[in-house]
Design a protein around this ligand. Structure first.
Ligand SMILES: Nc1ncnc2c1ncn2[C@@H]1O[C@H](COP(=O)(O)OP(=O)(O)OP(=O)(O)O)[C@@H](O)[C@H]1O
Ligand SMILES: [Mg+2]
Length: 293
């Protein structure tokens, strides 16, 4: 998979998801919805237009407060998109919408062309291939690294049953690949509670990888990390980019500088600027509302 971020910047006719919503509605009535997602499950996410995620005119209201304000965002397949912005800008809320934790009050959210995220449960969205790391690490502290990874494997595979017995080859492969990527091979038998903060964050990323997601959302992955851990996490993100689409929210600008291609700046629930980090850092609105003078 190669990034096609530079191959198109604006393709409104292809970007528009109005036709997807229509298609989805007709399928609901047309009886195509074998799994309740609008398409037979085994087809997987359809990235034929090169776009992994479509958010169109999304607003989220919490009572009278508008956390997302008419937000439109398109993430290409294979892209690594960074999202920055002040506290309370709506970055986590955006991830909540993508993962089904929060429903858009208005607007549409699609994963590929065929998964209407606004109609799916959090479990269905995870199964469709979207994995998310929350702001705080949520590993099982009393379990070992290996057990945490196995517990995170998809439930319908034999791996869950074989937690304490011989692994099936699929699970063994996923485990080995993941351990190499998160560089915790030496710590497989170590209790997760005894890992450093950075290692816990990597373990949680590993738990995501066990589910073989196509799109990975990372919310402040380097918060609280040492400089060395931050550097290692940047390397990990760049490795993951080779075969995943990533959306990374961070406040750490040197980390963003290391990994970023295209950066989206969010403020008050809306997009303030998009471009390279240097471009958005030079943007007057961004300087005023986020970076300060
Ligand atoms: N469930 C909720 N009910 C009411 N208000 C909420 C809820 N979730 C978020 N908010 C509000 O929405 C706004 C956006 O919050 P969000 O967590 O998305 O910001 P953020 O950009 O992730 O900030 P940070 O950088 O501090 O993590 C904030 O003002 C927050 O208080
Ligand atoms: Mg947040």
């Amino acid at each position: 998979m190669t990034s096609i971020i530079h191959s198109h910047t604006a393709r409104p006719e292809q970007n528009s998801i109005a036709h997807l919503a229509q298609q989805d509605a007709s399928q609901e009535h047309g009886g195509h919805a074998a799994d309740g997602y609008g398409r037979p499950k085994e087809e997987g996410a359809d990235f034929t237009h090169g776009i992994a995620l479509y958010l169109e005119k999304v607003s989220v209201w919490f009572d009278s407060f508008r956390a997302l304000n008419d937000l439109s965002l398109y993430i290409d397949e294979g892209e690594l998109r960074c999202i920055i912005g002040p506290n309370g800008a709506g970055k986590t809320t955006l991830m909540d919408v993508i993962t089904g934790k929060t429903r858009p009050t208005e607007g549409s959210a699609f994963f590929g062309q065929n998964y209407n995220l606004a109609k799916m449960t959090t479990e269905q969205i995870a199964e469709a291939g979207i994995g998310r790391k929350f702001q705080k690490p949520t590993v099982f502290e009393n379990f070992t690294v290996m057990e945490n990874l196995l517990l995170a494997a998809p439930r319908d595979k034999r791996v869950a049953k074989s937690l304490f017995s011989k692994l099936d080859p699929d699970a063994q492969l996923a485990l080995e690949e993941t351990l190499v990527q998160i560089r915790l091979q030496e710590f497989v038998g170590k209790q997760a509670g005894l890992l450093s903060h950075g290692q816990k964050q990597w373990l949680e990323i590993g738990m995501l990888l066990m589910q073989r997601p196509k799109l990975i959302l990372l919310d402040e992955p380097v918060a609280g990390m040492t400089d060395a851990e931050t550097e290692r996490t940047a390397e990990l993100c760049l490795e993951l980019k080779k075969n995943h689409t990533l959306v990374v929210v961070e406040h750490d600008m040197s980390f963003i500088d290391t990994i970023s291609e295209k950066v989206t700046v969010l403020a008050q629930g809306a997009i303030l600027a998009e471009g390279t980090l240097a471009e958005v850092q030079a943007n007057e609105d961004v300087i005023e509302k986020y970076l300060g003078r």
